[in-house]
Design a protein. Structure first.
Length: 379
């Protein structure tokens, strides 16, 4: 058993879950489980499938051989959660395995397919970035990027006609490219969407979301749970796009809307709020009337330990220059893990000490305070 056995297990499970747990099990998973049966010593190897699935839900560090756990995986979490990949396993699979430029050669067709899905978005993005840097109409490229990004965050179930209508006249984005980020819904099938976490799926007769650690109540009567009725040409977001673009985008757009509202109310103090400036160099840029500029990036990670290595100084050249920079964490995350921000600060070695780390609620307060100060100064 070499170090990549862990990745084999994760890939095998990802494929298993994608096939909805149907037989036959992916070859890779069977292989990984056979190896696991030989290696596991911390607990007795389960005799039944139910027992095995229950084990795979437990924190990895309690049963998996420690020396074989990938260092990028947070072993406080399990691999499965309620019949799907756990949030951490999903993150690891998409961010650490799929995002590698070269997939391991044992990755099978299903994983290759997921990687290609992911590439579709990357390709549009790099084309836009290139045009932004080399073209003489960066404003148009920027506008189209925001149009696409917001569309993917807000339209989880569009029709083909809707996609075509929105991207009919875009100069840098083809509507077929956007179509590639969605797949057809099954005819007459009922679909569900959650305002807070996107498309839902049914598991054991109940609606489940992709992010159970913060959004786990999906009773059909709740106002944020929406029923999607099938209609001709209905499509749904591909899983990888849901996980990597739509889901992290929800708190970004939420904060943007709040700030845009403040900007409308106090245009004399808060001159502008830009979303994804410079084709997503960071999430938000706030320009105040005293010529100061704030740069903001929103990061929604369950574990501060996994987030810390991703925190680097925000890009600040040219129009993206800023006076203060902020990494903003949705408050739900801070409520779940004690001392989240302290851990994050301590672990984020690459981050200059001037960068602020705070919750979305506290950030909003800071903006309001700044506006108040500027109003007082003017009077
Ligand atoms: Zn939800």
């Amino acid at each position: 058993m070499d170090i990549s056995e862990f990745d084999r297990l994760v890939i095998g499970l990802a494929e298993f879950v994608r096939r909805d747990g149907k037989y036959p099990y992916p070859e890779l998973l069977r292989h990984a489980l056979n190896k696991l049966a030989l290696e596991i010593t911390a607990v007795p190897y389960p005799r039944t499938l139910t027992g095995l699935l229950a084990l795979l839900e437990k924190p990895v560090k309690t049963w998996y051989p420690k020396r074989l756990i990938a260092k990028e995986f947070d072993s406080d979490f399990g691999l499965l959660y309620e019949g799907g990949l756990s949030e951490e396993a999903n993150r690891y699979f998409y961010e650490e395995i799929i995002a590698r430029t070269k997939l391991p050669d044992y990755a099978t067709a299903v994983t290759q397919e997921i990687a290609i899905e992911n590439l579709h978005f990357q390709r549009i993005l790099s084309h836009l970035q290139e045009s932004y840097n080399n073209d003489n109409e960066p404003e148009i490229v920027q506008r189209e990027y925001i149009l696409l990004r917001r569309f993917l965050i807000e339209n989880r179930y569009p029709t083909t006609a809707q996609i075509r209508k929105v991207f009919l006249k875009t100069k840098y984005i083809k509507n077929e490219e956007v179509g590639n980020l969605y797949e057809d819904c099954e005819i007459e099938e009922l679909y569900w969407d959650c305002d807070r976490c996107g498309p839902l799926f049914k598991k054991y007769g109940q609606l489940r979301g992709i992010k159970p650690s913060v959004c786990n109540d999906h009773r059909q009567s709740l106002p944020y749970v929406k029923k999607i009725t099938w209609q001709h040409g209905l499509r749904h977001l591909k899983f990888g796009i849901h996980l990597r673009i739509c889901l992290p985008g929800i708190p970004e757009i939420r904060l943007f809307e709040i700030l845009a509202e403040l900007q409308r109310k106090f245009p004399q103090q808060l001159c502008s709020v830009h979303l994804y400036p410079g084709i997503d160099r960071y999430d938000l840029q706030l320009c105040f009337c005293d010529q100061t500029t704030w740069a903001v990036d929103i990061k929604d990670y369950q574990s501060p330990y996994k987030l810390a290595p991703k925190l680097t100084p925000l890009f600040g050249e040219g129009d993206l220059r800023y006076d203060e920079s902020f990494y903003v964490i949705p408050i739900e995350r801070l409520q779940q893990t004690e001392n989240y921000l302290e851990i994050l600060r301590e672990q984020a070695a690459k981050l200059p000490s001037g960068t602020h780390l705070l919750s979305d609620a506290v950030f909003e307060e800071r903006v309001i305070n700044k506006i108040e100060r500027l109003r007082e100064g003017n009077s």
